[in-house]
Ligand binder design. Structure first.
Ligand code: PCA
Length: 209
């Protein structure tokens, strides 16, 4: 049993990404091999990298993890949509990726489904997180930025080439030290790294054999 987990580099001017810190601390569930990778926050590079990682490792389970600033829980994402868009929902702010790419309302794959559902056991994962006394929830939107893009890539490739693979995405909140820079008070929610590690490890341990 091979499990691929990915985190992300920092983006949007930050010097840390909680997903990168978290991935360092994750341990292989009993009887499994855990492969770790840190992805760039770039639409184009992640497309190539996800393709290469799946081909090279042929994981049974692939879980990508990213930061979702402002969320209070560890969120197990239910669905990825066929849309790259760096424009904030208010319509004003744009957040180009780390390579400066700024797609607006572009389909990810012309021949892909409009959306793919996670093939991970999302409710069991949320329960495992909550059972460790860590806030956890299912989320019905991974956004339209690089995280949704990566989740879509995993599920698009999975549907075509790796039908047995279980794949999906987990979003984690900010770390406490990130809050000092937050201008918007509504975004000042954070989770301790130790809680993040405990919660995500519990979800991962569901795949122990
Ligand atoms: N979060 C971003 C991209 C990288 C990350 O950690 C997102 O939610 O799309």
């Amino acid at each position: 049993m091979k499990i691929l987990v990915t985190g992300f580099e920092p983006f949007n001017g930050a010097d840390i990404n909680p997903s990168q810190e978290l991935v360092k601390h994750l341990k292989a569930p009993k009887g499994t091999i855990l492969i770790k990778e840190i992805l760039p926050v770039e639409f184009k590079k992640t497309t190539v990298r996800i393709h290469e990682l799946l081909r090279e490792h042929q994981p049974d389970v692939a879980i990508s993890i990213g930061q979702a600033g402002g969320r209070k829980e560890i969120c197990v994402e239910r669905v990825a949509i066929n849309l790259d868009n760096v424009r904030a929902s208010g319509g004003v702010h744009m957040l180009p990726d780390n390579a400066g790419d700024a797609p607006v309302d572009q389909p990810i794959e012309a021949d892909g489904e409009n959306a793919y559902f996670s093939t991970l056991p999302v409710w069991e994962m949320v329960k495992a997180i909550q059972d460790r006394n860590v806030p956890g929830a299912v989320s019905y939107s991974a956004g339209t930025y690089v995280c949704n893009h990566v989740m879509y890539r995993l599920l698009y490739e999975g549907a075509r080439n790796y039908p047995e693979m279980k794949a999906g995405f987990i979003h984690v909140p900010f770390l406490p030290k990130q809050l000092e820079m937050m201008e918007n008070p509504a975004q000042r929610c954070a989770m301790l790294l130790s809680d993040m590690v405990a919660g995500v490890q519990a979800a991962l341990d569901l795949f122990a054999v």
